[in-house]
Design a protein around this ligand. Structure first.
Ligand code: NAD
Length: 321
């Protein structure tokens, strides 16, 4: 079978890894990297053994698929351009900068699929490909209460959006996937610290069916932490995204009453971004299902929007008091 011809669009902090992985992926050929930066584009092209183009229109005729890792504000325009040309798209998260732009992308996708039904549109919620997450989901764990923490020292990037759209959105997508039901209610508090936007946010989510989650995201923390704790009916899971460790405990009835029994999960460590990108390539070639769909990306945006509105409300209350 012939390989998928791919372009990586935007080769900054994350896009360089898209290029590295696409350049060595088993089912793809990295045809070009696209970046308007005349220093960065050629540098990453040389490192990945491919050519450089300054704009997407220069390469669309030569590729089957694009992996878009340009700043979030460009997702909408680049996604529309790729779909119009009938190309498969892996869009970095968040799907778009606003709910309206996300909706416009979904509408364009449905139009594009009318003439090309197999078109793949995946969004880069890469924690779904974290092997520890995959191991937890394989067990059919049904969480009732979850606590997610994703905090890090201040980055010098993605400061044009708040910590909800940049960081918390990973957990908003993942929690919904784990619970398997939509979020129906949100409370949240947040504060701007080093940017005009909320840099630290804590949200409480209620899901259809009664499950709850608390989610904390910060980009002004002293240390990095990315963890999830989930409590189910007689089961508990503690997951560390960075180390890909999963601790499972189950409550069982022993001869002397209830006992907590540790269980082991077989985890084959792997780079989540590589797993995500290879799944995208396989889906484009008809060898598997697409990873996280754009509809799921838009659902994470819907909940992010609710969190942002709740944060704005709590800030207004604080200023009034
Ligand atoms: N999945 C994740 O865990 C994860 C992690 C980091 C970033 N991201 C997402 O990836 C995207 C990029 O983030 P980043 O931190 O790499 O940003 P960055 O600023 O480091 O890099 C962006 C690159 O895109 C280029 N660019 C700008 N306009 C462009 C255009 N019109 N066409 C092509 N390239 C263009 C810039 O020159 C730059 O090289 C954002 O949407 C961000 O949310 C996702």
């Amino acid at each position: 079978m012939s390989k998928l011809r791919v372009a990586v669009v935007g080769v900054g902090h994350l896009g360089q890894h898209h290029a590295r992985i696409a350049g060595s992926a088993p089912n793809a050929v990295l045809t070009a990297v696209v970046d308007p930066d005349p220093a960065r584009g050629p540098e990453i092209a040389a490192k990945s053994g491919t050519s450089w183009a300054a704009s997407l229109d220069q390469v669309l005729g030569d590729v089957d698929a694009v992996q878009i890792a340009a700043p979030t504000g460009f997702h909408h325009a680049l996604g529309l351009q790729a779909l119009k040309a009938g190309k498969h798209v892996l869009m970095e998260k968040p799907l778009a900068a606003t709910l309206e732009e996300g909706q416009a992308l979904l509408e364009a996708l449905s139009k594009a699929r009318a003439s090309k039904p197999g078109l793949v549109a995946q969004v880069g919620h890469l924690e779904r490909f974290n092997p520890a997450v995959a191991a937890l989901r394989e067990r059919g764990f049904k969480p009732r209460f979850l606590e997610a923490v994703r905090v890090s020292p201040f980055p010098a990037r993605s400061l044009e959006v708040d910590v909800v759209m940049d960081v918390m959105i990973h957990d908003l997508d993942l929690l919904r996937a784990l619970v398997g039901r939509p979020v129906v209610d949100v409370e949240a508090v947040g504060i701007p610290v080093l940017t005009p936007y909320a840099d630290l946010v804590n949200a409480r989510l209620k899901f259809e069916g009664g499950a709850f989650a608390t989610v904390t995201a910060s980009r002004v923390a002293r240390k990095k932490e990315r963890t999830l704790r989930a409590f189910g009916d007689k089961e508990y899971a503690s997951l560390d995204f960075a180390t890909q460790k999963l601790e499972l405990l189950r409550l069982v009835m022993g001869p002397e009453g209830p006992q907590v029994q540790p269980e082991t999960a077989d985890i084959v460590e792997g780079e989540p971004l590589r797993l995500e990108i290879e799944a995208f390539h396989a889906a484009c070639l008809g060898l598997g299902r697409e990873g996280v769909t754009w509809e799921e990306g838009q659902e994470a945006m819907r909940v992010a929007d609710l969190v942002q509105k709740a944060v704005a409300k709590s800030l207004a209350e604080i200023h009034r008091a």
